[in-house]
Structures are given as structure tokens and as C-alpha cells.
Ligand binder design. Structure first.
Ligand code: IMP
Length: 185
């Protein structure tokens, strides 16, 4: 196992997710909401977040993949996307006239979120808000922002709490920096 360095503990995440849930609850008071989480990374964040929002709520999942080199901690070599994102799984319920909250694990270059916002707006929701757990503002290529941000983090490759490297580490309770990559994805 590579050396992982703790960045955000499970306790810190829980406290922040509770605050985000309270904010969403206040902003959407007395309305129904549909949470749409991006697979697989946002699944754990979604499950904690929805339990902090005591509104009339449902949730759904959407899947995307990006073309380009596999992502990883060696940013200069393999952490490079072509900017093309494609849908691998669409939502299963109608979003028309719904208050939609898109739930994403991490906002990095903004390519994925721009794609998803455009896609979801095509469903003609009543409102569309975005909640991200982590935001790497310094890596942004497109001027896209989230309405709710858990933590702004430095430019490092992170894993845990749903985030993976080569499908590993999703089950960790905290967020960790993965300093070096094993050979290959
Ligand atoms: P963007 O399109 O560049 O904003 O990237 C968003 C997606 O890249 C996220 O949903 C993650 O799947 C992935 N990603 C970006 N940074 C990291 C990271 O540090 N660890 C794990 N996945 C990441």
C-alpha cells in the first residue's frame, strides 16, 4: 500500500457535511428536491448528505467517463484529460420542473461539471444547484463553480471517502493525499 497522508479526517467531513445539509435544507425549505450523484466517487458523499436534509427528497445517479490519459497522482504525465466527457449512465427519473442538486465528489478542471450542468439543464429542471465535497480551484480550466463546497484543497491527488485511484481507497473514511503512483493505473 502506498503511503497516504491524511488531509481531512472523517470527523471533519461529517461536521462539514452536516453544515452543507443544513444550508441546503434552508435554501430549499418546503420544496422537494432530487439529488443526482455522479458515480462512483460521489456515492458516499451522497449517502451522508441526504441524511442531513430532512426535506421531501429522492435521489438518482449519473455516470460519466472522460477521454484522455488515465488520471493519477503524477499529474504531469498521466493526469491529463482531453476535455471530452461522455455519458455512461443517464438518470432514471424525470427532472423536468424539479429542484435538482447535482452531487459531485471533486471539482478539478471543471470539464466534468460543465458537461453535466449542460446535460442536466437540458432536462429543464425548475432549479439546478451543485454540491461538491472538494474543490481544487487552482486547477480550473473552465469558469464553473459549485453552490455548496465542502473544502477547498490544494493541487494534490486525493483518495478516500468515495474517491479512488485505480478503484482503490474509496472505502477510507477520510481524505488522503496519494503522493506517488504505482506503475500503471
Ligand atoms: P474535472 O472534470 O477535471 O473537474 O474532474 C472531475 C473528476 O476527476 C472527478 O469527478 C474525479 O472523478 C476526478 N478527479 C479529479 N481530481 C481527483 C483526485 O484528486 N482524486 C481522485 N479523482 C479525481
Amino acid at each position: 500500500m502506498e503511503k497516504l497522508k491524511l488531509l481531512i479526517s472523517g470527523e471533519q467531513i461529517a461536521a462539514r457535511v452536516e453544515e452543507m445539509g443544513n444550508q441546503i435544507t434552508a435554501d430549499c425549505a418546503a420544496q422537494s428536491v432530487v439529488f443526482v450523484a455522479v458515480l462512483k466517487g460521489a456515492a458516499i458523499f451522497l449517502s451522508d448528505l441526504v441524511r442531513q436534509v430532512p426535506l421531501d427528497a429522492t435521489f438518482d445517479f449519473i455516470g460519466v467517463a472522460s477521454y484522455g490519459n488515465p488520471r493519477g497522482p503524477k499529474q504531469e504525465k498521466i493526469w491529463d484529460s482531453t476535455g471530452e466527457v461522455r455519458l455512461t449512465k443517464d438518470v432514471e427519473q424525470s427532472l423536468r420542473d424539479q429542484n435538482v442538486i447535482l452531487v459531485e465528489d471533486i471539482l478539478d478542471t471543471g470539464l466534468t461539471l460543465s458537461f453535466l450542468k449542460r446535460l442536466l439543464l437540458g432536462h429543464q429542471p425548475r432549479s439546478l444547484r451543485v454540491a461538491v465535497l472538494l474543490d481544487k480551484t487552482s486547477r480550473r480550466k473552465l469558469p464553473v463553480q459549485a453552490d455548496y463546497v465542502g473544502f477547498s484543497i490544494p493541487d494534490a491527488f486525493v483518495v478516500g471517502y468515495g474517491l479512488d485511484y485505480a478503484e482503490k481507497y474509496r472505502n477510507l473514511s477520510g481524505i488522503y493525499v496519494l503522493p506517488t503512483a504505482p506503475v500503471g493505473p
